[in-house]
Design a protein around this ligand. Structure first.
Ligand SMILES: [Zn+2]
Ligand SMILES: [Zn+2]
Length: 178
């Protein structure tokens, strides 16, 4: 049986795809480095690094935030995070920092507002004390005046009684003359 249906395809990296009786085999002139064809096969069966999109090797790390696996060189081993998650955390911390700053400004404004209200209450309280003081003075003045009036009234009453007595005596005197 003659099987000379040879098909040689030379791909970029010197990998030869040969076909004999519809059976595909892959062979490479360079055995140390993964060839493009090998890479394609590996890509189908193995996971890729989400950062560089190349197939994952043994030297890989898992991100503590997104739980995806990355090449060690595509990973921040110090923080145990991938670059994307690290950026998100940095952004969130900046956002948080801005929020804290804004809250702090709001708190300062609120504090000055409260202090302003407190000063107004103090001023009002002082005014009220003044009014109270003035009012007490006025009440005392009125009381003194009332007492003076009462004394005068009593004196008048006495005068009237005395005058009435004099009049009665005068009347009786006139009646005796008749
Ligand atoms: Zn990678
Ligand atoms: Zn991550």
């Amino acid at each position: 049986m003659e099987t000379n249906h040879f098909l040689n395809v030379n791909i970029l990296d010197n990998t030869e795809i040969t076909t004999t009786n519809n059976v595909f085999t892959l062979s490479s002139s360079k055995s140390s480095q993964p060839t493009l064809a090998k890479q394609i096969l590996l890509d189908e069966n193995m996971e890729n690094c989400p950062a560089c999109l190349n197939v994952l090797t043994i030297e890989k790390s898992t991100c503590s935030s997104c739980c995806q696996q990355f090449h060690d060189q595509c990973f921040l081993t110090d923080s145990n995070l991938c670059y994307a998650c690290h950026d998100i955390i940095i952004q969130n911390s900046i956002y948080l920092h801005i929020n804290i700053k804004m809250a702090s400004v709001e708190f300062k404004e609120l504090k000055s507002l409260i202090m302003g209200v407190d000063k107004k209450v103090n001023d009002f309280s002082q005014q009220l004390e003044k009014v109270e003081h003035n009012l007490t003075g006025m009440i005392n003045e009125v009381k003194t005046d009332v007492n003076k009036l009462k004394t005068k009234y009593d004196e008048s009453q006495l005068e009237i009684t005395s005058l009435r007595r004099d009049f009665t005596e005068l009347e009786q005197g006139v009646a005796g003359m008749d």
